[in-house]
Design a protein around this ligand. Sequence first.
Ligand code: SF4
Ligand code: SF4
Length: 693
Amino acid sequence: MLLRWVLILILLVLAGPSRAALGEAEMARLLPDGYSLGEKDRQMPVWPLIKAGMVAGYIFETGALTPIPGFSGTPMNLAVAMDDTGRLLDVQILSQHEPVFVDGYGPQPFADFLAQYRGLTIRQNIKIGSQYGASDRGGSTSVTLDGVAKATASLRIANLTIMGAATKVAQARMATVAPKPKSLPRADVDQPLSWEELQRRGYVRRLSLSEAQVEAAYKGSGFTDPDAPPDQEGTFAELWVAYLNLPGIGRSLLGDVQYRHLRDRLQPGEEVLLVLSRGRYSYAGPDFVPATVPDRLSLMQAGFPVNIRDMVHDYSLPPGLPPVDEVRLFRIDGSSAFDPASPWTLSLRTIREKGFIRPDREIRDFPLEYALPPDLFIRPERVEPPPEWLLAWGSRLPELSVLGLMLLALTAGLMAQSRLARQERLFYRVRLGFLALTLGFIGVYAQGQLSIVTVQGVVKGAARGMDFSFLLYDPVSLLLWAYVAVTFIIWGRGTFCGWLCPFGAAQELADALGRRLRLPQVKLPPRWDARLLGVKYAALALLLGVALVMPAAAEKVAELEPFKTAITLTFIRDLPFVLYALFWLLLGLVMFKPFCRYLCPLGAFMAVAGRLRLLDWIPRRAACGSPCQLCTARCRYKAIRRDGSIRYDECFQCLDCVGIHADAGRCVPLVVAARHGPGAAARIGAKGGHHAG
Ligand code: SF4
Ligand code: SF4
């Protein structure tokens, strides 16, 4: 029966997908609307997104850029499309092995979560909403995405993966959009200056094009301008441009009243340019629609385009400026990556056409360079958001506090185990109460069921270069693992399996219920019992072997544990999984903890790790095992040999034997000693010391 299960699981594993880097055709299928795929970058694993013949963003796989291990220990791989302003166009799942999204909820809630990234930018501080409800998406610099209950830790890793990869691409390929603090114009540089002084200081820059210069630019192209005047000495176009957010420039060019009015109209972070022109060629053009993006002007910074949009106004220019034909203000959106303290270029585009029905076009751009001295700006220090794992710890403080109290109480109880366990009935109630808390609070509420998936993740992390960072994102489990690691040294595996495992607690509560209902109890013959005890070690070897050899399939084999179904997803899952988990719990009504004792790979791992134990902490007498067999008979885990020594690998620290040993009314040698005096006590070894195995 068990071997058949192992075979079925191996087949499931072999059927599991694993994905290599995408090729061109696959990547092309993931393109956002309106973009085509450029040629793959030679230096980094990204593909340019092409729009109107220009690089307008990038699409890339996170797997190659930010391979952060997820909860199964395997990094998720997401396809991220980002435009040239750092806006995320799309995020899609390529592969993921998060236990909760594999067979738990399935991948759809994860895909729905990722859809929220569309339209966000890499300059925003993106947080994940609480696992118990959605939160706001407001604010331009900080956004909180709706979380998925019981999956917050996986979503935090996803967020880190996406933002990390996007930032890397931006820093390498889109210098202007990589998150950096935006320079702010100094408010104290506000003295109005004359037109001449503005030009002398470079606050206003000029582009002057004669007819001859433009003609020379088209020379040999075969394209002519039918409207060109015979006199080539005339002015084709003369442009002036100025950055108005600096008060000294804005006040000089608009006057105090108009400048104040302009400032009141601006949204936070918006920048404004003033563009003046005269000459035959209009930079707006005959088809220009006010309040739109002009065809004939383009703004570039560090090789990337910056969107400018006409700002309708009725401001008039103060006296002292040259006569001009065109006066327009252009706004730059606050969410853009434009940095006013860095150089930028405004280009005037000229277009010549040939033919009638589908005319050929020839374009020439004439650049006007603009740069203001950096000392006119303040560059605020970038406040780095706290690391994602720290946020995870902060958001779980209430659960961590309660868990901390539980662990303290357990430690205190175990240190006073003899006194506690001696009071049989009271101790039984306390134990069942603690197990109910373990199941309800640690397991269902705080989602702290430890799992073999974490052990597999550590194996995979070790194989990949000791990357165990994923453990930090689940603080409740990490605290439990840390506590359990310490208890390995003191008490062995029993502290976790006997007290802190939610599924183990569920089985023990099922046993208590079964006995309460007086259901007949199945007891396997000792030979079978002994054989089956070894199966869990084979299961452990299988699961760790798969994690090493076929990492992508590890979490599928880990379904041998019914923990995810019964505890993490509280049975809200596909029927086969539910039936499997129910099978073990129902069997537990008539057989003592069958899953724990025979099959649990995590229990096997705990037993192996529990060999670190330094103490033989269960008190024994010389009479234990010879002649007294009471504890051996009473230990339901069969962890006491006939000679009275303890098999700590199988001991779940239930303390039954500790209670008997300490109770003068139950410990046989003590009862005999009380009834027949010290002589009898000496004969049967009632005062003997410890012995252990
Ligand atoms: S044997 Fe497995 S299920 Fe049982 S208590 Fe230990 S870890 Fe939990
Ligand atoms: S009765 Fe068995 S399982 Fe319980 S503490 Fe003693 S040896 Fe361990």
